[in-house]
Ligand binder design. Structure first.
Ligand code: NOJ
Length: 548
């Protein structure tokens, strides 16, 4: 019998991201909810994932789809109640699924009790000191305190109004004007978030996905800075040190949080949403006394090109490996164009800009799905932990033809329609081809319209089709577990045709024909998994797992 300690679950886990607004709607109001999630957990367990991560379901005016939190320790009635949360966690745990919740520490909603108190209390008050209020520039304070841009477009400052109706100080918001930034140098803020962490840990949460984990600390004096926000709105590009993203001071916060989660039994985790590059810098977020995982956005942003993929896989394993953390792999989430569309875009599309009817270089859906499936099969073979965003297991494309008047992302409003934003990856899921709202609920209402073609992608249709994307994911996840691929090591096979990739891992070989037009002779062996039909060749945009 082995005496080795059991491996920590998160090192190898497949974590399924639920976007609660769009997963399953038990109440029928058009917006998904916790009871809807609970009712579908069987399907996720059957798919073979290890954990779920839920985007925010807290009390919120929903100006940024719940990332504007008015009460960090309650459930918004839109999504249900704390009792619904408890029931969901209990059911997930019964099924062997861990539950990760989202925590949003950079900012609150402007409807948070603290922010309302800050406005009421006036300049220089302790209430204001929990946020970043400053006097304006210009003779009468009519100009923002510095030149920073909001990630969603427009200035990062909004002027408050005094109790007597006169214009007052400005407050900082790196995101929407309804999302004021906290001042993390204020001990009250630190203590409040310790409480929030403990609240959810006590209720059984297995960990946290930490929103904007590269934000929180701002450079002293808030110096002017022009970030290239056309390149990546969340801040992921390499370049000069930003005064608000990626500052050293954030690491003290994560060490403090690590001490809190370590007080609890059962391997609770912290996963960083830190849009910082290069990966050698991102790896600092997962040093042994900080977080456990960081989303590998370098991988997500890599083009579908063999050489680039090989480079980022090596760099990821090396840089995360150096600090003793697993690499993660992620292709889609609620902020980016779904990868079954993104990988076939033929024009630049910076993160967060989204695509819509007038975008340039719109994807060919057939090519997109083919590449999407090949990319997923490649990702799920890699060692470490993988994130799957709801709907990617159905091969869902980005919804492009959302009417202007239906769009909801603050990016769309703050850029006056110049950027479509992220609604296209947030459309409610299709469960059954013939039901109202494709089975998302029973009333047919949906907060964003579902494309008509999604009937053909509904889960019930795919379950019956052996070649469906859903069955590809199911098979990949089963094999990944059986073969122990998550604990494998990537050993490159040299001499493969240019534009293709091949490596050994976990006793199998993974072959991918990636670059346009590249075809690879199918090596001898048993095909365990193929993202598209293979003959004696592996055609372009196809990944195959082989036992030789
Ligand atoms: C990152 C989240 O993923 C995104 O959806 C949100 O808009 C921003 N952080 C602000 O909280």
């Amino acid at each position: 019998m082995s005496t080795a300690a059991p491996a920590e679950w998160w090192r190898t886990a497949v974590i399924y991201q639920i976007y609660p607004r769009s997963f399953s709607d038990a109440s029928g109001d058009g917006i998904g909810d916790l009871a809807g999630i609970t009712s579908r957990l069987n399907d996720l367990a059957a798919l073979g994932v290890d954990a779920i991560w839920l985007s925010p379901f807290y009390t919120s005016p929903q100006k940024d789809a719940g990332y504007d939190v008015a009460d960090f320790t309650d459930v918004d009635p839109l999504f249900g109640t704390l009792a619904d949360f408890d029931e969901m966690v209990a059911r997930a745990h019964e099924l062997g699924l861990r539950v990760i919740v989202d925590i949003v520490p950079n900012h609150s909603s402007d409807q948070h009790a603290w922010f309302k108190a800050a406005l009421a209390a006036g300049e220089g008050s302790p209430e204001r000191a929990r946020y970043v209020f400053r006097d304006g520039r210009g003779e009468a304070g009519e100009l923002p305190p510095n030149n920073w841009h909001s990630v969603f477009g427009g200035p990062a400052w909004t002027r408050s109004v005094n109790a007597d109706g006169t214009p007052g100080q400005w407050f900082l918001h790196l995101f929407d004007s309804t999302q004021p930034d906290f001042d993390w140098t204020n001990p009250e803020v630190l203590e409040e978030f310790d409480r929030v962490l403990r609240f959810w840990l006590d209720r059984g949460a297995d960990g946290f996905r930490v929103d904007v984990a590269h934000g929180l600390i701002k450079a002293d004096g808030l110096p002017d800075f022009t970030f290239d926000d056309d390149a990546n709105s969340m801040g992921g590009t390499e370049g000069p040190q930003s005064p608000y993203f990626g500052l050293e001071g954030v690491h003290d916060i994560w060490r403090r949080w690590r001490r809190v989660v370590d007080e609890y039994e059962g391997d609770r985790v912290l996963a960083a949403e830190a849009w910082v590059l290069p990966l050698s810098k991102m790896a600092k977020w997962v040093r042994s006394d900080e977080m456990h995982q960081a989303f590998n956005f370098a991988y997500l942003e890599t083009d579908w090109k063999a050489a680039d993929l090989r480079g980022v896989i090596d760099e990821s394993l090396e840089e995360f490996g150096k600090v003793g953390a697993p690499s993660t792999w992620v292709l889609s989430n609620h902020d980016v164009v779904r990868h079954a569309s993104r990988l076939a875009l033929s024009a630049e599309n910076p993160q967060g800009h989204g695509i819509g009817p007038k975008s340039l270089g719109l994807p060919d859906p057939v090519l997109g799905l083919r590449r999407g499936r090949a990319a997923s099969a490649l990702m799920l073979s890699l060692p470490g932990s993988a994130y799957v965003y709801q709907g990617e297991e159905l091969g869902l494309p980005e919804a492009i033809d959302i009417p202007d008047e239906a769009r909801q992302d603050p990016t769309w409003f703050r850029t006056e329609g110049e950027r479509y934003g992220r609604d296209g990856c947030r459309v409610p899921l299709p469960w059954s081809a013939d039901a109202p709202a494709y089975g998302f609920n029973t009333t047919g209402d949906t907060w964003l319209p579902q494309p008509a073609e999604w009937a053909g992608l509904a889960r019930d249709v795919q379950l019956d089709d052996p070649s469906s994307t859903l069955n590809l994911y199911g098979r990949a996840l089963r094999l990944r577990r059986e073969l122990g691929l998550a604990e494998g090591e990537v050993e490159w096979i040299d001499g493969v045709p240019e534009g293709a990739l091949a490596f050994r891992t976990g006793g199998i070989e993974v072959w991918a024909a990636v670059d346009p037009g590249v075809e690879v002779p199918l090596p001898d062996g048993e095909v365990l998994l193929a993202s598209a039909p293979v003959t004696d060749t592996i055609p372009a945009d196809t990944t195959v797992w082989l036992r030789r």
